[in-house]
Design a protein around this ligand. Sequence first.
Ligand code: ADP
Ligand code: ZN
Ligand code: ZN
Length: 822
Amino acid sequence: MPKMFAQVILPLSLHDAYTYEVPLNMQPAIQPGQRVVVQFGPKKFYAALVVSVSDEKPEGFQAKEIVQLLDESPVVLPQNLGLWRWMASYYCCSLGDIFRAALPPGLKLESKSKIFLTGNDDEQQVSEKEQLIINQLQDISTVEILQKKLGSRFSYPALQKLLNNNVVQVEEKISSKYKPKTEIFVKLHPEVGTEKQLHEKITSLERAKKQKALLLHFSEKTNAFGEKSQKEISKKELFKGTDFNSAHLNELHKKKILKKFEQPVSRILESEQKQVDINLLNKFQEIALAEVKSIFSKKDVALIHGITASGKTEIYIHLIDEALKSGEQVLYLVPEIALTTQIVQRLKNVFGPKVGIYHSRLNNQERVEIWEKVLQFRQNRDKGYQVILGARSSLFMPFSNLGLVIVDEEHENSFKQFDPAPRYNARDMAVVLGIQNKAKVLLGSATPSFESYFNAKTGKYGLVNLDKRHSNIELPEVMIIDLKRVWKRKQMHSVLSHELFELMNTAISKGEQVILFQNRRGYSPYVQCFNCGWIPKCQNCDVSLTYHKYKKRLNCHYCGFSQPVSNECPECGSPDIKTRGFGTEKIEDELKPLFPGARIDRMDLDTTRSKNAFSRIVHNLESRKTDILIGTQMVTKGLDFEHVSVVGILNADNLINFPDFRAHERAYQLISQVSGRAGRKHNRGKVIVQTSQPEHPLIEIIRKQDYQEAFQSQMEERKLFKYPPFYRLIKLVVKHKNPENVNRFANQLATNLRHNSSLIVLGPEFPLVSRIQLWYQKEIWLKVSRKFSPGEVKNFIINNIDTVKHLKDNSSCVVNIDVDPG
Ligand code: ADP
Ligand code: ZN
Ligand code: ZN
């Protein structure tokens, strides 16, 4: 037989695929998309992914053999790999980075792979060195531990031989971490094959009353030999509501009347609820849907700009329905799955078990199971998942026949992964995925990202407008309150202007609800000594600590460091330490006496850490058990409540003044989105925006709710200053624990990059927070013309970083590359 070679991707930050030889016995079975165990470097084993197989012998080196084949069939399909390659190139990262991001943890073999004896060691002749290893392997161990224990007596070839002879195995994560859940089922014994035989058996049980009753109960439950009879039933269901027990069943099993057996069941609880009909669209939605379809006949991507509560979700549901009917799979991306319990419910209601939900809050087993059910669709369309509703990592699901990709709330920043690499934007990758799979892509938002809107305006995407709320109610009225004026007149009620306070009182007295937005969590952003001005800072990061009253501690929101609050100032000894500023926790505290009797709830990172906390808060608001909800960004994300009539933005200043070229875009989006929670079903809502800069041009745009103007005014600036969408931005972050190393490296890198005159290089500069978790950092920003291809840009950047890394004392600096930073 000719030799065969496989190219594999390792889960390491390596830019290329590596070639291994396929042992003869694996040749018939090996396919791209399967995982294999390979050795990389002198000592380590990894689960790698086969990307191609050929008989071409690699030149210039001796390829090592693949150690083990982990999958019977591919877990990644060839058509899924196109996205991997594109991402590695565009985001300047390695295929290994993508591999690590793409597969659920249950399908990855970690570097410290465990090895164990298979029990096949008796029949085989082993060498002395091999025996040494076997002796050490009485328990599962890792290669690393083996080496430690045996020292120089450890022989890698001996271990390899044991692996080849199947005396030793590498733990397969898929079978060890992922164990299918099983249940006991019951069916008639094959010897009871006719109705007559069944009756004979029933008669034979005359003296075993309980067993006879159980057998009768079984025949009734399964309708044995009747119409629509069911062959098997789970023991749990059979026993439900009865007093039969396992002893009765075991007797019948022994007598060869019933047969017990085990079989896998799904861990994912399929809701048993009845499916409901899809809503009919209103006439505006009808038109929008027709427009989307007409765009799809000419273009790959459409953007729906539909105001809040216009019913974008209903349009998505109609499109999904059509895709399903033509046998295609659908990916529905949402920014954060935890925040979208309402959409999950709406999709489950209409599409039932065809919908799978995928996100990182699921455990390993669940994630692997969903992965497999997407794969399964290829073979069995009735059993596999046809729709995946998920967060950004669902881009990598093994779709075999993708027809439609929807990106809901496409402007959301949480589509962007910050850390680790790949630092990708799932909205942009959804477009790439769609085009690669010849699927249509629909982006939707009430406040589209300026990049997407620009693409729509310039004809790259089709644009559909939907500017009527389903209820036909106008968008809320936005009122601007000048905080300086209110302060001067001493008309503040804690953080509430008199106007907001009054509106809230009226609303609550009518049984309506209020949402208040503040973009700081915790009690107060910082504490300060009123005598000397001392402010406690994090010992690892360059930021002040946030006071959390409930825990009576000061916390760092960057690294999690926490310390108790001291009673006196460590600098001057004064006991006069006070909290400054308002976080959501403090606002909740201060509102209680202002609205006695009102039911106040809070939604932020601190109150939603546990698994179901978020749904509980949403549920309480839906069922009108909450009158006032205070929250951070979380309250802005697509929630749909009927009875919210007032929304308050407590301080717009820090949104507007944030030092980032996207600050105005973000501020506009955030404020319109929270505002959009008001007055969705019954009467026009009211929004109060408190600011000390009422004369700021953006505030006027916010008051008018004029998206077009917000977009236009920013486009002029961005063009002038060469920002996206006109230029691509790339942020390089140089990191080291020693600030001198950071400085030297960053300066050398910036100097080298500046040799390329077609590139605009800014920095290096310390960012707002220049030290995080003991690492100092400096940033270099690149503005890159769109005429360069992503591949060219990647090569240029990586080569420059490599060159600087090779200079004296530089190798320990880390450089993160962030393309299209969020
Ligand atoms: P959006 O996603 O644009 O913010 P939603 O799809 O959440 O809007 O719709 C807002 C509310 O109006 C939801 O409660 C939704 O169920 C309801 N709604 C929208 N369109 C329809 C329709 N055609 N039939 C019935 N209810 C609708
Ligand atoms: Zn002091
Ligand atoms: Zn910190």
